[in-house]
Design a protein around this ligand. Structure first.
Ligand code: HEC
Length: 289
């Protein structure tokens, strides 16, 4: 299997959050309905019913909420805190929301969006960082695409994924904090995830440590058709990177080439940063003077 549809989270988050509060009964089917109602009441005025922004939301700078890179790039705690306490840039619904309401809303925000563990089921930890392509990286990406990238395509959010002891609540998002980043061993590196948007809908692409494509995830049937021409292809050297060609889904293959061209360069920047962080590790590997 190389490409599958999105999975809906099964309410595990809500059940888990309920435990410390002593609620023994599982909170299940009501949650989505509760969250939909809460969303309509407290959020859709700015974020619109579909997570795009209303006119007011746009004026305030509300982002596209159905963006898997945004949602996967936040921990449950971060989202719950935003919803309960607000932030300097975000209104808090005040006392109107309980912790369980906030947890329902977080599950609602995540529902139907691909998560890191959908791409790497053995993921234990991951980091997230946005990279802007410039200089030789941009030249290489544009050479693979065969034309200039649009301004908004030059930035890409990269998730770096690590295996190890899996936390019960799912992989841990490690903040961009030098000490915590240092603790992630490059030996446990599983690869990278990027998210993109094709005409048929969102797509998630996983790259291995060698920067070849290891998995695609999308609800778009064209992506599944193009997958055989994409998965297993690509690599570290620009000689290993050629446009994907699929007779079954030529347009999807072109769009995936475009995403891959950016992904490989952005992931290479993440890999370079990681290598620099670990430059002075493992002295036993160095020959002694
Ligand atoms: C008054 C308008 C408004 C309302 C109401 C509102 N938001 Fe927002 N939201 C914004 C704006 C503006 C931003 C961008 C600023 C920011 O990132 O904090 C944002 C950003 C966000 C983000 C991204 C935050 C991040 O970490 O990047 C999430 C998630 C979110 N809103 C969820 C919600 C949910 C869920 C509700 C309902 C409980 C809600 N918002 C209600 C205006 C609003």
């Amino acid at each position: 299997m190389t490409a599958t549809g999105y999975r809906l989270p099964a309410g595990g988050l809500v059940a888990l959050l309920a435990l410390p509060l002593g609620a023994a009964e599982p909170l299940l089917p009501g949650d989505a309905r509760n969250a939909a109602k809460l969303y309509r009441m407290h959020c859709s005025g700015c974020h619109a019913a579909d997570g795009s922004a209303t006119a007011i939301g746009k004026r305030l700078g509300a982002p596209m909420l159905r963006d898997p890179a945004l949602i996967a790039g936040r921990t449950d705690d971060q989202l719950i805190s935003l919803l309960l306490k607000g932030s300097p840039r975000h209104p808090a619904p005040g006392t109107a929301l309980t912790l369980l309401d906030a947890a329902d809303l977080v599950a609602y925000l995540r529902a139907g969006l691909p998560a890191i563990s959908d791409l790497f089921p053995d993921a234990a930890a991951y980091t997230v960082k946005a990279y802007t392509l410039q200089g030789p990286a941009l030249v290489r990406a544009e050479a693979l695409v065969g034309e200039e990238l649009r301004a908004d395509e030059k930035a890409l959010t990269v998730f770096s994924v690590y295996s190890g002891q899996q936390p019960p609540a799912g992989p841990r998002l490690v903040p961009q904090d030098p000490v915590q980043l240092d603790e992630l061993s490059p030996k446990t590196k599983r690869g990278y995830v990027v998210f993109g948007r094709l005409p048929g809908g969102p797509v998630a692409m996983a790259l291995g440590p060698d920067l070849s494509v290891v998995r695609l995830l999308s609800a778009d049937p064209q992506v599944a058709k193009a997958a055989p021409a994409v998965v297993g292809k690509g690599g570290k050297g620009s000689g290993q990177r050629r446009p994907f060609v699929s007779k079954a889904a030529p347009d999807a293959a072109r769009a995936l080439t475009r995403l891959y061209a950016r992904a490989a360069e952005a992931a290479a920047l993440a890999a370079k940063e990681e290598a620099d962080r670990h430059l002075f590790d493992a002295p036993e590997k160095r020959s002694s003077p």
